[in-house]
Every structure is written in C-alpha cells, then in structure tokens.
Design a protein around this ligand. Structure first.
Ligand code: PGA
Length: 249
C-alpha cells in the first residue's frame, strides 16, 4: 500500500514562509511516485498556497486542519466542507488540540466526517490515549473512545477515512511512542475497525516524529504513514523524515 506523510503546521508561519515551505514539500514529493506528501497549513493560507502550487506533482496534496460540523449558514468563524472542496484533498478531524481547545468530540466528529465525505475530502481521524499508561495496553479504552466518536456512522461513511494514532502524551513532548508500541496499538485498532465497520485503509502515526525516529517507524509494516507536527516546520528535516520513513535510509 502507498504510504502517506502529512505535515501539520498548526497555528504557525506567516504567508511568505508558509508558501516557501509548501514549495519545498512539493519538491520532496517529486522524489516519490505513489507515496503521498501532504501539508496542512493554517486555514487562512490554504487558498494562496493552492494558487502558488498549481503545478505540483500529483502525489502532493493539501490538508485542512479542521472543518465545521455544520453545513452552511450562521456559524461565525467556521469554514464548511463545501468551501474546502477544490482546495484540499484531506482534512484532520479530532486532533487532540481541537478536542482540548474547542471541545470537539463525539457527535461533532461524526458530523465533520460526514460533511467531508459528502464533498469527497478524505478525513484523517485522529485518536489516541491521553496519559501514558503503566504498561497496560490502552487499546480497549482507545476503541471505546473511537466508538463514541464514530457513533451513527456507517461503513460507507468510514470507507474513505484515514486514521491517525496519536498518543496525546507523545504530541509535542519529545517523547515519541516506540515504533513497536505504536505498531501494536495500530494493529489492534485496525482489527477493531475491520470487524466493526469492514474498514480497510491507512493508519498513520503521529507524536514527536523527527528525522531521528522516522526510519525505525518506517520499518514497522503496520504504520502506513506519519503525521508530523513541529518537525514539519523545517523544510530540511521534513524532507529527511520523508526519505527515512519511505526509503528506510
Ligand atoms: P508533534 O505533533 O509532531 O509536534 O508531536 C504531532 C501532531 O500534533 O500531529
């Protein structure tokens, strides 16, 4: 299966730096054919970045960091899936920072997924345990939380989704999950998704990914891709992460 590396820029970068970083990420994509390189700039920069990256390799794409759970109308500050259509190929849903800052969970996440799928935008559904456990496997809590986020959705709603395992304790902490731990969680969640929704697709890992751990994450067959935060803000490091993850060098 082709792999996927997404750079999540969060609320960083002014337009000139964002444009430059998008250009360099699209050049990185030229080195691969089927693997996908994606960047998720702040919402406000999506349109100008799309404008300057009109000529881009087909395996380079943009993602939104969020989307409104509503369809259209009186929702001040929101951006709808319909408005994102044509601008982005992917959209993050349920990122832990959206859960923390905007209380997005459960029915909101299910509504966001439905809106995106209706516009043929691929949801990247983030999930993961909050606290680092004492060694006990967190899978049953993770699948219970996911069941809550996905309630009311059908196998056809989920069919196009990508899932991103992001243990919250690993995000921005400099303490990534070990590749074998991430792979074990992903394997079990993947089985649960297949059993419950007949879902078959990509599960990627995020949380303190750097050029130092990209190669060992790439060696795990269960890990179909990466969601990179802080390290994706540095063009050379992001390029190195892609190379090490995708080529294992
Ligand atoms: P990080 O962020 O790579 O800075 O830990 C990952 C994410 O929030 O997606």
């Amino acid at each position: 299966m082709a792999k996927l590396v997404i750079g999540n820029w969060k609320m960083n970068l002014a337009l000139p730096a964002a444009t430059q970083l998008a250009r360099s990420a699209s050049r990185v994509a030229e080195d691969y054919s089927s693997d996908r390189i994606v960047v998720a700039p702040p919402l406000i920069w999506l349109a100008p970045i799309r404008e300057v990256s009109r000529v881009q390799p087909p395996n380079f794409a943009l993602a939104s960091q969020t989307v409104s759970p509503f369809d259209v109308g009186a929702h001040t500050g929101d951006v709808s899936a319909e408005q994102l259509k044509g601008l982005v190929t992917y959209c993050l849903v349920g990122h832990s920072e959206r859960r923390r800052d905007h209380q997005e969970r459960g029915a909101v996440i299910a509504a966001q997924i439905k809106r995106l799928v209706a516009q043929a935008i691929t949801p990247v559904v983030c999930f993961g345990e909050t606290a680092q456990g004492d060694g006990a496997a967190p899978q049953s809590q993770i699948t219970a939380d996911l069941a809550d986020d996905l309630s009311g959705l059908s196998p056809s709603d989920l069919e196009p989704c990508v899932f991103a395992y992001e243990p919250v304790w690993a995000i921005g902490s400099g303490r990534p999950a070990s590749p074998s731990y991430a792979a074990a969680v992903i394997a079990e969640v993947r089985q649960w998704l297949t059993r419950t929704y007949r879902w078959r697709g990509q599960v990627i890992y995020g949380g303190s990914v750097t050029a130092d751990n990209a190669s060992s994450l790439g060696a795990e067959a269960e890990i179909d891709g990466l969601l990179v935060g802080g390290a994706s803000l540095h063009a050379r490091e992001f390029a190195l992460i892609c190379r090490r993850f995708l080529r294992h060098v």
